[in-house]
Design a protein around this ligand. Structure first.
Ligand SMILES: Nc1nc2c(c(=O)[nH]1)N[C@H]1C(S)=C(S)[C@@H](COP(=O)(O)OP(=O)(O)OC[C@H]3O[C@@H](n4cnc5c(N)ncnc54)[C@H](O)[C@@H]3O)O[C@H]1N2
Ligand code: MOO
Length: 637
């Protein structure tokens, strides 16, 4: 196939099939070689031939209980009122696992045997033949098929194989995966960050993904964006590996050489798939070895491995690729998706009122934490424009349902105290999780109304009454039995660069020419607060340069100031401190947790309440700066 000036959008399944066909045509081996391994080394490997039992297990009739071996016929007619007495010659004391003595056909548990003073055994019930006897071959019989070919061995499999007479098994060797990071801007992990420097986090991840998929992985040095160097490295790797992964350079930039190199050295089967993230993927073969060009963005790289590399290496081992368990969940909010591309959406999951709820995480291909925090993956197929809020969707699980069922979903305004609480809850109970997602205070109350979270974090000022949050509850959650638990009081103010170089002294200064402001998103309590402060002073929002520029968290506001993209933003003192910035106080406000009253007694939220009463936690919160914990945990409604 000829290279096009730009990449195609081949559907994922078609791309995989085209890659397979190209690999076959290029003479890539269908399977890696088989090796014989001792059972203790074979777990995780895939069988290269069936395992037949050469021995029965048990290999003799065995007592299944501690007690006595008897002849069942001797007990006919025995009952509570007409017990049978067996002479010592008519029974043999046996322990679990002992061979059944010759001529005996049943075992009676010692609990059911009474002896008289002449050591006669009294039995108060009839016994059927082979009671408590494990017959020859009960587990497995000689000549039975124990494990088929293409089976990934688990601990139970090797134990059963050993019991059935095996000492070793013929399995596929681990496929070898070579990872070749490329890019002039890429530096090894551990290098000091500087503008333009990107740490090579992808090769760490891709190699680990390969190992987790059962392969042996190695990484080359980071290669410069030079086609000759990359070509030489690919040839070298192709000679030594079963799959070569070239990191980055997959797209259409001036320094993107992956597709060109693959085409020049061998076959370029696919460049560009209808998958996002992962769009510019390169699939081909060089010198009889499959080659995958993984896009540079970390989420794209990770998903590309799962979608394309994992099935390929599983096929090399002769096994089916691992499939995540699937569940159905309700979507917490509307999800738009571009037609023509499979959209891989990372989601958080939690169980609210019996239903699993999926909250989409940030979608950027560079937002690796979206995969870190994800409980599952939702694929919006190319044919769909997205999903409605509340629609039931299918999710591939990345975490156990048990853990998900113990996740407190906090949705609403972001506060650092929630992050601290999340880490403390996990430290105290490894099975419990607090997951907070930030949609602003109002968004949190709406999510609570719609049954999409357990707890909403809110600090919404009602300008008319001067009260926080409660008036909004009456409006948004009308008629519901709602509890409000105070979390903290906190200092809100203007975050400014260290040393306050622009000389901001208060809200009025935000209108000064040249002062660049960064706002919070609509529905965020901090934005409501700004609007209130502007209104009180008769300042029009349009007179702030940057009123429409939005960030979604206090920390993101602080980060923008630290990077000198803007001069000021309203936020909490703790966020200013976290970035070593200055702070001009504006007000002190309460931040509350809003929840359905019945949720107070829900076992899911149980880990939260003792934490709020814990003096150590309170001191840790105060140490963040700008927080008052005097009312922490007090129910104010
Ligand atoms: N004009 C277009 N530009 C881009 C397109 C497009 O269709 N047209 N596609 C975008 C998409 S989608 C993706 S995905 C990326 C793919 O980029 P490349 O594979 O060419 O990779 P680079 O441009 O070299 O890097 C992208 C990004 O990833 C970082 N990176 C690279 N290597 C590593 C590594 N080992 N560890 C961590 N991060 C890495 C790199 O520094 C860049 O930030 O292209 C878009 N552009
Ligand atoms: O397709 Mo790219 O891989 O979205 O980021």
């Amino acid at each position: 196939m000829a290279t096009t000036p730009f990449i195609h959008d081949v559907p994922a399944a078609e791309a995989l099939a085209a890659w397979r066909a190209a690999c076959e045509a290029a003479g890539c081996p269908r399977r890696v070689e088989a090796v014989r391994l001792g059972l203790q080394e074979a777990v995780g490997r895939v069988t290269a031939e069936p395992v037949w039992a050469t021995r029965s297990s048990p290999s003799f009739d065995a007592a299944a209980m501690d007690g006595i071996a008897i002849r069942a016929a001797h007990t006919i007619g025995a009952s509570e009122s007409t017990p049978v007495l067996l002479d010592p010659a008519d029974y043999v004391v046996v322990d679990t696992g002992d061979p059944l003595p010759e001529g005996f056909d049943a075992v009676v548990m010692r609990e059911d045997v009474h002896y008289d003073d002449r050591r006669r055994a009294e039995l108060r019930g009839a016994v059927v033949p082979y009671q408590h006897v494990r017959l020859i071959g009960e587990d497995v019989s000689a000549n039975e098929l124990l494990l088929p070919e293409g089976h990934r061995l688990r601990p139970v499999d090797v134990a059963a194989a050993a019991a059935a007479g095996a000492v070793d098994v013929l399995v596929r060797r681990r496929p070898v995966v070579a990872v070749l990071p490329t890019g002039d801007e890429i530096r090894p992990v551990g290098t000091e960050p500087a503008p333009g420097v990107i740490l090579d986090t992808n090769s760490l991840m891709l190699a680990a993904q390969a190992e987790a998929a059962g392969c042996q992985a190695w990484r080359s040095d980071i290669l410069p964006d030079d086609p000759e160097t990359i070509a030489a490295a690919v040839r070298d790797a192709a000679a030594r590996a079963d799959l070569v992964i070239i990191g980055a350079g997959s797209s259409a930039g001036r320094d993107d050489h992956t597709a060109g190199v693959v085409e020049r050295l061998g076959t370029l089967a696919v460049h560009g798939v209808a998958v996002r993230p992962g769009h510019p993927v390169v699939l081909g073969a060089v010198d009889g070895t499959p080659v995958l060009g993984a896009p540079g963005y970390p989420v794209s790289a990770a998903l590309t491995f799962d979608i394309f590399a994992a099935p390929l290496v599983a096929a090399l081992e002769g096994a089916a690729p691992a499939e995540p368990p699937r569940v159905r969940a309700r979507l917490a909010r509307k999800l738009a998706s571009r037609m023509g591309m499979d959209d891989w959406i990372r989601v958080r999951l939690g169980r609210v009122g019996g239903d699993l709820v999926a909250t989409p995480l940030p979608r950027g291909a560079g937002v690796l934490t979206s995969l870190v925090r994800a409980d599952g993956l939702l694929v919006v197929p190319a044919a769909l424009e997205g999903h409605h809020a509340g629609e039931e969707v299918e999710i591939g699980l990345l975490r156990g349902v048990g853990e998900i069922d113990r996740t407190i979903l906090a949705v609403g305004s972001h506060d650092l105290v929630l992050d601290l609480a999340a880490s403390q809850i996990r430290a105290a109970d490894p099975g419990a999780t607090l997951a907070s997602s930030n949609v602003g205070s109002l968004g949190g109350l709406v999510a609570l109304r719609d049954g999409l979270c357990h707890v909403a974090g809110s600090h919404l000022l009602d300008p008319e009454s001067g009260e926080y949050t409660l008036p909004y509850i009456d409006r948004v959650l009308t008629g519901r039995d709602i509890a409000v638990v105070r979390l903290v009081h906190r200092e809100q103010g203007l975050i400014v660069a260290a040393g306050n170089p622009v000389g901001i002294t208060g809200i009025e200064d935000l209108t000064r020419p040249g002062v660049r402001y960064v706002n919070r998103q609509r529905g965020a309590g901090t934005r409501v607060l700004l609007d209130h402060e502007l209104c009180r002073r008769g300042i029009a929002p349009e007179s702030l340069s940057g009123y429409t520029r939005e960030e979604h968290t206090h920390l993101a506001v602080a980060a923008a100031i630290a990077a000198d993209r803007v001069d000021a933003g309203l936020g909490v003192l703790a966020a200013a401190r976290a970035f070593g910035l200055d702070f001009v106080p504006v007000t002190r406000e309460p931040y509350d947790l809003v929840l359905a009253a019945e949720t107070l007694d829900d076992p899911i939220t149980a880990p939260l309440w003792p934490l709020l009463a814990d003096p150590t936690f309170r001191s840790a919160v105060e140490a963040l700066g700008g927080y008052g914990t005097e009312d922490m945990g007090r129910r104010i409604r």
